[in-house]
Write a protein that binds this ligand. Structure first.
Ligand code: 13P
Length: 252
C-alpha cells in the first residue's frame, strides 16, 4: 500500500511563506516515488496553495471542519467549502482540538460522517496521554476512541479513512514513540478494524503515525509492518526537512 505522508501545519505560516515553501518543496520532491503527499495548512491558505499545487503530486487537506453542512455557525467551515477549495483530506479529532476546544468522540463521529457524505477523506486522530500510558490504559483508550468515532460508519466508506495514531506525549515534545511502541498500537488498531468490519477492510486502511517525526526517526518507524505513513507537525514547516521525510526511502 502507498504510504501517506501528511503535513499538519497547525496555526503557522502566511500566504507569502507558504507559497515560498511550496515553490521550494516542489523542487525537492521531484524524485520521490510511491508516496501520497498531503499538506494541511490553515483555512486562509487553502485557496492559494490549491492554485500553486495544480498538476503536482501534492494533495490538499484541512485541519478541521464542522459536522453540519451549512447554517448559522459563525466562524465555522463546512465540508462543502473544503471541497470547493480543492481539499481531498480533512484531519479530524486532533488531540489539540479535543484538548483546547472540547471536541468529543461523538462530535468527531458526526464529522467523519459529514466528511464521507461530501467525498472528503478523514484523517482520524487518536492517542493516549502520558498518564494513561503509564497506567497501562493505552489500548483501552485507543479502543474506546476508535469504537466511538467509527460508530455507524458504513463499510463502503471506511476504506477511505486514514487513522493517525498520535500519542499525546509525543506531540511537539521531541520524544517520539519508539517503532515498537507505535507498532504495538498500530497492530491493535488493525485488529480492531478487522473485528468491527472485516479482514479485507482492515488490511487496506492506512494507519499512520504522528508525534515528533523528524528526518532522523522516520525510516525506523516506517519500517514497521503496520505503519503506513506519517502525520508531521513541526518538521513539516521546513520544505527541505519535510521533503526528506517524504522521501525516507528514496534519494531526494
Ligand atoms: P509534531 O510533529 O510537531 O510532534 O506534531 C505532531 C502532530 O500533532 C501532527 O498532527
Amino acid at each position: 500500500m502507498k504510504s501517506l505522508i501528511a503535513a499538519n501545519w497547525k496555526m503557522n505560516m502566511d500566504i507569502k511563506s507558504s507559497i515560498s515553501f511550496i515553490n521550494n518543496f516542489k523542487k525537492y520532491i521531484k524524485k520521490i516515488k510511491n508516496k501520497e503527499i498531503v499538506i494541511c495548512p490553515s483555512f486562509t491558505l487553502l485557496n492559494k496553495i490549491n492554485e500553486s499545487t495544480k498538476n503536482t503530486k501534492i494533495k490538499l487537506g484541512a485541519q478541521n471542519m464542522h459536522f453540519e453542512e451549512e447554517g448559522t455557525f459563525t466562524g465555522e467551515i463546512s465540508a462543502l467549502m473544503l471541497k470547493d477549495v480543492g481539499c481531498e483530506y480533512v484531519i479530524l479529532g486532533h488531540s489539540e482540538r479535543r484538548q483546547y476546544f472540547n471536541e468529543t468522540d461523538d462530535m468527531v463521529n458526526k464529522k467523519i460522517k459529514t466528511a464521507f457524505k461530501n467525498n472528503l477523506k478523514p484523517i482520524l486522530c487518536i492517542g493516549e496521554t502520558l498518564e494513561q500510558r503509564n497506567n497501562n490504559k493505552t489500548l483501552k483508550i485507543i479502543k474506546n476512541q476508535l469504537i466511538n468515532c467509527l460508530k455507524n460508519i458504513d463499510e463502503n466508506e471506511i476504506k477511505n479513512i486514514v487513522i493517525a495514531y498520535e500519542p499525546i506525549w509525543a506531540i511537539g515534545t521531541g520524544k517520539n514513540a519508539t517503532p515498537q511502541q507505535a507498532e504495538e498500537v498500530h497492530k491493535f488498531i488493525r485488529e480492531l478494524l478487522s473485528h468491527i468490519y472485516n479482514n479485507k477492510i482492515s488490511s487496506n486502511v492506512r494507519i499512520i503515525y504522528g508525534g515528533s517525526i523528524k528526518e532522523s526517526n522516520i525510516k525506523d518507524l516506517m519500517a514497521m509492518k503496520n505503519i503506513n505513513g506519517a502525520l508531521v507537525g513541526g518538521a513539516s514547516l521546513n520544505p527541505k526537512s519535510f521533503a526528506c521525510i517524504c522521501g525516507f526511502n528514496n534519494s531526494t
